[in-house]
Design a protein around this ligand. Structure first.
Ligand SMILES: Nc1ncnc2c1ncn2[C@@H]1O[C@H](COP(=O)(O)OP(=O)(O)OP(=O)(O)O)[C@@H](O)[C@H]1O
Length: 361
């Protein structure tokens, strides 16, 4: 593990009787791209503001490079925030927007010029110095906001829904650009989004939040493949989730059938939830399938068909198929043992407790 740059330990935030953050523990290492992912109101922005110094925790500690910074004012932290609306000054040109922080700190003019030109070069806006903000596209405004943060040479950049104002095409381009920029600069990014695709595409590590809590943290692949509970499985990607029972190691029962799986270590007959991802289900002949279903509808999605089918117990199955199917056709569904992801009931609490232990001093 490389050096932790930001650590949150048992951070709570209450507004009156409302608990907005609940026992938040997180470690951000230097030079990595992190994402806070969760629905609206889950507490993502409050975590950013706590790290940025705009919100004081009700209890718990915020550490920067091992030093407690709870009482350090925002402008003394080596952390910069890029807000959702970019907060640019519309009456100033690009140069003055980027120079602003240095100017108020009375930095010598020639130093300002060097730093501003370098920051604009980093975000590929060299030559735009004299442009007014209103003459820029959404993507260019976004880059000015990044340049304005970069002139302060922060060790950590906090980005709050930084791409949400952009249209889909530009947003995808900026995802690549931001990730590339983060890797070139080697500084830590903490990016807030409620868009799971964006989180999966960009992050080294994702923190999935709901209701003021971190439910799961891990690499995109870990979270996608091993969601700890129903909420995470549903929030990240599309899922078929059915109740089941773990009969023994590597044997799970669901939809009244027994399947070989890759999971072990649970109690015999433990109740579980089983996740099967739509892209892991292959449509085959009925006698070659592990399950038999009847096709209900299909929608063409460009690079795949989204198929809805029902088994004989009326469970709905979502399948991503490369080939078209026919309505009312009886087909088999094939999947491998490792495509079956087994989640314990109440796993979120257990995983949460286990994680807390790893944060204890
Ligand atoms: N100053 C405040 N006073 C009272 N409640 C607040 C305050 N700031 C935030 N909250 C509440 O805290 C909760 C978490 O808010 P937060 O903005 O952190 O969520 P979020 O996950 O960033 O949501 P969004 O994606 O909508 O920005 C919300 O229920 C919000 O209403």
């Amino acid at each position: 593990m490389s050096k932790p740059i930001i650590t949150l330990k048992h951070v709570y935030k209450n507004y009156g009787d409302t608990n907005v953050l609940h026992d938040i523990n997180m470690t951000l290492e230097a030079g990595k791209f992190y994402t806070l992912l969760g629905p609206s109101g889950s507490g993502k922005t409050t975590i950013l503001r706590t790290i940025g110094g705009f919100v004081t925790p009700s209890s718990g500690d915020v550490l920067f490079d091992g030093q407690r910074i709870n009482d350090l004012p925002a402008n003394k932290r080596q952390v910069n925030t890029i807000f959702q609306d970019y907060a640019l000054f519309p009456h100033m040109d690009v140069y003055d927007n980027v120079a602003f922080g240095l100017t108020i700190r009375k930095t010598p003019k020639e130093v300002i010029e060097k730093k501003v030109l370098r920051a604009l070069k980093l975000v590929q806006l060299s030559g735009y110095e004299d442009r007014s903000i209103s003459e820029l596209s959404g993507g260019q405004q976004q880059r000015v906001a990044i340049a304005r943060a970069l002139v302060n040479e922060p060790q950590v950049l906090l980005l709050d829904e930084a791409l949400s104002a952009l249209d889909m095409k530009l947003r995808k381009e900026m995802q690549v650009e931001l990730r590339d920029l983060q890797q070139r600069l080697g500084i830590t990014f903490l990016f807030v989004t409620h868009d799971q695709e964006e989180a999966l595409a960009m992050s080294d590590e994702i923190f999935v939040m709901d209701d003021g809590k971190i439910l799961q943290s891990g690499t995109p692949v870990d979270i996608y493949d091993e969601p700890v509970n129903h909420f995470v499985a549903n929030f990240i990607g599309e899922s078929n989730i059915v109740p089941g029972k773990m009969l023994s190691d590597y044997r799970v029962e669901f939809v009244n059938k027994v399947f070989e799986c890759a999971d072990a270590g649970m109690k015999p007959d433990e109740n579980v939830e089983v996740v099967l991802r739509p892209e892991d289900l292959d449509i085959v002949a009925p006698d070659a399938g592990k399950l038999v279903v009847t096709i209900d509808t299909q929608l063409f999605r460009g690079d795949y068909y989204e198929v809805i089918a029902y088994d004989d117990d009326h469970n709905e199955w979502l399948i991503h198929s490369t080939n078209p199917t026919k309505d009312d056709q009886r087909v088999g569904l094939f999947f491998e043992p490792e495509d079956i992801h087994v989640m314990r009931y109440g796993e979120s609490e257990q995983a949460f407790d286990a994680r807390l232990e790893t944060y204890e001093d």
